[in-house]
Design a binder for this molecule. Sequence first.
Ligand code: HEC
Length: 345
Amino acid sequence: MAVATGIRAGLPGRSTGARTGWRPLLLVLLGIVGCLPPATSLAGVWGRNYFPNYRLVNQDGEELRFYDDVIKGKVVSINFMFTSCADVCPVETAKLRQVQQMLGDRVGRDVFMYSITIDPEHDTPEVLKAYREQFNIGPGWQFLTGKREEIEDLQKRFGLYVRSRQEIDPLDHNVSLMLGNEATGRWLKRSPFDNPAVLANTLGYALHGNRRNPALASYDQAHRIESFDRGEYLFRTRCASCHTLGGGVAVGPDLLHVTAVRDRDWLARWIREPDAMIAEGDPLAKRLVAAYKGLPMPNLSLNEVDVEALLKFLEQQHAASGKLRTAATEDQLRPPDPPEAQPDD
Ligand code: HEC
């Protein structure tokens, strides 16, 4: 399995607590966008003359031209991925799914999202469609495939082609996102580990001529961050794109009561190395993967200290929810089992 560039070292958790910590980052970001020369002077630099009009195919088998249909006149997010990537791509897809949810029905209307596979031999339109379904991705975000050389050329034009790595392993790729407005010629490279609220604001407002987001409170109303809890920080930066705490099933199960219904050692190992447990055929792991449409939870390269902090945080969340672990609540709290049992369990 290829390891995408910077995956292991590349989970810096750059964003801070989702509740408040993104505001300073946002100001920096708006500052950067605001410092660019006037939009008109950039249009055309990265426009029709720069981007080829390659023929791509989406998850429904429909043909799209890269320049005319994908980017021309649009505000877009573009990332390169492949569906069999087990580590960073699912984390990136889940993060973009949060961004899509924040932008709501604007996606497909005035913001367009695209994920382009770099493994076109494997990722046919049908495979891309199934991947979208695994992640419950809504309309307006298309998954595209095409000719390998042309996709590689697009990566190069976005400055996302890592020659030293991809010439050895074509799937070892740069996972940065490109956010841009073709009409004004403004393009930004962003990390998929950025706070989804910041990414959504860039796509929804900053790239639309610095439109002000009416939902943003004034900076002096920002909450003070009173304490810094490592477990909460890890949860928000590494887990919250796939899991809620009391908000129901997202990409993966709701984890509010998970510490009440699972064995602690099992949980600790699962959070550290779900891939190894799935590969070993751990019966519970198998049942969970089956219940979540075959989408495996990625190995997030956490160490024991991280896992302990996460478990403590999850235990506190469960305790704060006011539900005690008793025989009576056990059933009520148990996450749903998959519909049909595996015959060999
Ligand atoms: C890209 C999505 C994704 C991310 C990120 C992710 N998970 Fe998961 N997780 C899943 C899926 C999907 C499952 C269901 C099992 C499966 O399909 O592998 C799962 C299952 C679990 C379970 C088992 C739940 C149960 O009922 O026993 C725990 C615990 C868990 N995840 C914790 C975490 C923690 C903690 C993090 C962050 C450090 C995290 N996950 C990050 C997708 C994700």
